[in-house]
Design a protein around this ligand. Structure first.
Ligand code: OGA
Ligand code: MN
Length: 284
């Protein structure tokens, strides 16, 4: 296969880079996809400015990286394209409006046995200021830990669940309550606290504020304290890239080695995005 010379420009944090001169609505050559994939393994947050994507085009591009998945909360999925999650404070397309959703550090859907590899978010309507998305570099955060902490967490297991996050959102009035029967689907799942990236071979922290609730074998408060400490460490400024959205940016991130969180904005502005979610493999 011919090599494709992708135009990749570093952003102000090593986690992120801009990819220029690529139109994601087109049926891209395999060499271009291979070059994007290679760039993605170096910069887990890739930004493609100035895109125009129909849902079909967004899905077609996303599928070049693997099978896609929906979300456990069905009323935020696009009614015609359930593999597109609609993140819109105006409830575009009849979906439930999301106002300041995702405003806690998380990696997408780690409360499932097989959490996603990556997510591709197309921000077609963004506020003129604020509403940034923050990303944390979990590889660099792991590497910067002291030897004692590494020794303490290597080989340990984190317990993840959607349940507590959901209850917190119900409490905050941003999500409708679900029945016990529906919530029973959100069983606890176990993932290693330190995950080896299946493609780069690098170790990364794999816990998050959103969905990791306990450390297996540790008392509840001891586990909580350790998780809080790891999360506070990983979200220090030096590990964080702030994405300030321009209209029609596509941001593609690797969920295996990053966390992200939404920030607040003036809700009188529309903020509407479409997300696809690429399936992954069981973390190890
Ligand atoms: C997401 C997400 C954050 C944001 O799309 O998975 O968490 O800033 N988005 O909207
Ligand atoms: Mn998210």
């Amino acid at each position: 296969m011919e090599q494709f010379d992708l135009s990749v420009e570093p952003r102000d944090h090593a986690l992120a880079a801009t990819v220029h001169d690529i139109d994601l609505s087109q049926d891209l050559d395999e060499a271009v996809i291979a070059a994007i994939r290679a760039a993605w393994m170096k910069n887990p947050v890739l930004v493609f400015p100035g895109q125009t994507l129909t849902p079909e085009q967004h899905l077609a591009y996303s599928r070049r990286f693997g099978d896609l998945q929906g979300h456990t909360v069905k009323n935020i999925l696009h009614p015609e394209y359930p593999e597109i999650l609609v993140l819109s404070n105006r409830g575009r397309g009849g979906t439930a409006p999301i106002n300041n959703g995702g405003a806690y550090w998380h990696s997408d859907i780690t409360y499932e046995e097989i959490p996603p590899m990556g997510s591709i978010l197309y921000g077609f309507e963004v506020p003129p200021e604020d509403g940034d998305t923050l990303y944390a570099d979990m590889t660099a955060a792991y590497e910067a830990l002291d030897g004692e902490t590494k020794g303490q967490i290597d080989g340990t297991i984190g317990i993840h669940t959607y349940r507590n996050r959901h209850l917190a959102m119900v409490e905050a009035g941003v999500r409708p309550a679900q029945t016990e029967e529906q919530m029973a689907k959100w069983a606890d799942v176990e993932h290693p606290v330190v995950r080896t990236h299946p493609e780069t071979g690098r170790k990364a922290l794999y816990i998050n504020e959103g969905f990791t609730n306990a450390i297996k074998g540790l008392a509840e408060d001891e586990g909580r304290q350790l998780l809080d400490r790891l999360c506070a460490h990983a979200t220090e400024d030096r590990f964080v890239y702030r994405h300030q959205w321009q209209p029609c940016d596509v941001v593609m991130w690797d969920n295996r080695c990053t966390m992200h969180r939404a920030t607040t904005y003036d809700l009188s502005y529309e903020r509407s995005m479409h997300r696809t979610t690429i399936r992954g493999i069981k973390p190890a």
